[in-house]
Design a protein around this ligand. Sequence first.
Ligand SMILES: [Zn+2]
Length: 1026
Amino acid sequence: MFRQTKAAFQKLRYVSFNRPQQTWRLSSTSAKERALQYQPGQKIHGFTVKEVVAVPDLFLTAVKLTHNKTGAQYLHTARDDSNNLFSVQFRTTPMDSTGVPHILEHTVLCGSEKYPCRDPFFKMLNRSLSTFMNAFTASDYTMYPFSTQNAKDFQNLLSVYLDAVFFPCLREQDFWQEGWRLENENPTDPNSPLVFKGVVFNEMKGHFSDNERLYAQQLQNKLYPNHTYSVVSGGEPLAIPDLTWEQLKQFHATHYHPSNARFFTYGDLPLEDHLKQIQDEALSKFERINPNTEVPSQPLWNSPREDHVTCSPDALAPDPAKQNTLCVSYLLGDITDAFEGFTLSLLSSLMISGPNSPFYKSLIEPNIGTDFSSVVGYDGSTKEASFSIGLQGMAEEDSERVKQIISQTIDHIIDNGFEEERIEALLHKVEIQMKHQSTNFGLALASYVASLWNHDGDPVDLLRISDSVAKFRQALKENPRFLQDKVKHYFKENPHRLTLSMSPDVTYLEKQAKAEEEKLQEKIQVLSDDDRKQIYEKGLELLEAQSKTQDASCLPALKVSDIAPTTPITPVQMSTAGGVPLQICEQPTNGLVYFRAMCSLNTLPEDLRLYVPLFCTVITKMGCGALDYRQQAQQMELRTGGMSVSSQVIPDSTNLDMYEQGILLYSSCLERNLPHMFQLWSDIFNSPNFDNEERLRVLVMMSAQELANSISYSGQMYAMTRAGRHLTPAGDLLETFGGMEQVTFMKRIAEMPDLSQVIRTLPRIKRHLLNPDNMRCAINTTPQRVSNAAAQLEVFMKDVAENRKERKPARANIINKPLDPLDELSPSRKVISELNFQPCPMKTYFQLPFPVNFVGECIRTVPFAHEDYASLCILGRMMTAKFLHGEIREKGGAYGGGARMGGGGLFSFYSYRDPNSVQTLSAFRKGVDWAKSGQFTQQDIDEAKLSIFSSVDSPVAPADKGMARFLSGVTDEMKQSHRERLFAVSHKNLVDVAERYLGVGQRTCGVVILGPENETIKKDPSWVVK
Ligand SMILES: [Zn+2]
């Protein structure tokens, strides 16, 4: 479904280990204690218990089992968390680049024996309260996870997942739709030219239009050239049309078998129930096979290798002359050695993370490139791990210099090692990560163990983090050169290393298009008239199947009555500290204290607003007080869980022309470090250091590069943000802070030869933003730590009192809203009111070097508190599931598309990685007509409600509780009213809001497309082309 890149999996190694909130009221019957009662050798529903291990670090009990008949493996992690997770993973090791595992991942979700309706997976999204549903194709396994807080829902989803993976229909039509097919460009016109279509075909074209992904894929293929890692598991677009339906079915039979499966469950539901259902519905129907899917070790090279690849030029790159990438990648040891993996990932952090690391100093700071290469550091997602180091955004002539720096830096590390304080800071980070609670712990855990387990390592080894930390300390004590020896062994003396460079080629896209055309002609030339006739008929059949209304009644479903009628209350206390309003939210945070401060930017001169995101990026990274930026980074790592600042645009909940603007400071720490954390903030307020131009340039380049790269990942977000620009005042500011306007602005800054003007601007912004006069704070922590945290905050406010200045707002139209809506006398937030704002329609086209389009259309509707808001939420969801998904994804071949109601009162349509552009806009309009015609059922409405509630009720981490109220002033009472309106939405309401807000003539809308050169649009004068 949503293919994870290697980089994304890499990040999952740094999972946040959270403790669920229920644990603090431990009872003797807690899930993890119940699980401790299983005995090795015990037989349960066709499985045998192999091992039971308490893992106190992560507050869980791990139970390992094996399925007797098939050898399927099972890991259960019992933990007092209601967000239960299931996942099944298969070792999928393709030997060609046809994308067979990826296309299979898609097609098994298109219907199964028990659930033969088309697309049960997408349909379940609307029949369940799942908190997560997805599927991933990695390089060597395919994983199907879901999570939910509802026991009945868990059974329903488990049933659908088991049937999908073990008993899929794998119809030929599913293969055409999801994989690839030849079809008339216009399926109803037999004379229109034949073209390639298919969801995965287009998905992978889009995927590799991103140079970072292209590079990552090439690097892996070339570092492991002997087996499955030498091919593209997701599919090389031009190899995809070599796959046949027969091959797909064969791959399923040999890989999606219990003997090649690993089951994982997590949470507080009883293990026996899971085992029984898995045994009854799936495993009992299989005999053991030998799947033969092991990945052999990569034969080692005798000498290092070099290679080169090309890519398309990046129009948004900060410096067009500097668009090369170069990195050196080293093959490391087998990942099934968990301690070695732990050591190497720590070592990797020491080598590359933060301004104190040797590679940051030697590669980033001399400003040779814009940032590290997209693949950097330790990667444990393959059987043998790798470590990569290099630069992107560099000039070709610097290649030799970069290679030299890399080898010199390695020598330098071998000679000098690492400072003890940096190692301590890193181990502190591991401690914080274990204590910090996220909401998707089960998923993080499943992903964390997936690779090692996939190659028959012991997943429980990975969970014993404290053991690894202790072992690591011991190893360092016994041998102070422990880390240096590793560097010598794995880097200096390792001949299995690859230097891969990548440079832009202006004819790249042309060549790609030509190669695709040749492949197409190759397929077409062999066709007889009869074949062509068949292709036309099959195209019509598929179109008909896609247009047919579907009977999904075979699928299990929750009912609207299964949804909790009330919003859980999150109690907060309002108080003050040092004259500043303070919201306190008592939460089971495991000893961590979370601090936030919202600072208004109402007094900031308008012409400085574009600089705010840059200010936020650099303000915690330039040094402060007596600390230079290196020391500051060190202190942050040693004393806090991170400190960050972000820009905020908060639309008012009652009026579309009102909003709050500001920046949000955020940090966390262990209680013992509170004084240190606030001291760091005080230094930032009182004496930030903005003068270091070299440091500023590094940060500017990195941030400009990151923005340029983000467009191909989330082009639809940029399209929607831009489309909303002229519709509301908040929409306008959102574009300034995070839209295409910001991308262009940062590109301009990055190109400036002299940053002194920026250096003069930053302190001006600071005077307006870091001003206690327009600030409010929030603290989330355990009840025992509240008073200490508040006292420390008081000290901080005294320390920064000098910055308190009453300043004149930049705009006259500011109104005060009480922070506590029930108490008019409570402290207030200052909201900008632009009641004279004139929304205006606009169509903008951004021509970019992508092979696919991103389309966004926004319509101005109503704010959160309006009675029609709930109907528009349901309408967006229903229109997506029942109409737009079929039109845009299934028929149009886009990777995705839909509609949704946004918090700022804008109703948005979008598509991403879309081969179409203007046609998609007409699909949006057809969606509105469909809604107005009222051709939907009560069942459709109920499904949309379930789907909306699964996001309304998605779990919130203790660190984030009470934040809607703190930031937007949305109270539990307001949420409850919204909830009741959602329940009450009727058929009539939906037709009514579609007519009143979305019908042509009723609406003011903005339209934006990001995509390749487009003749239709060029000829149409109603478009503004950028
Ligand atoms: Zn996919």
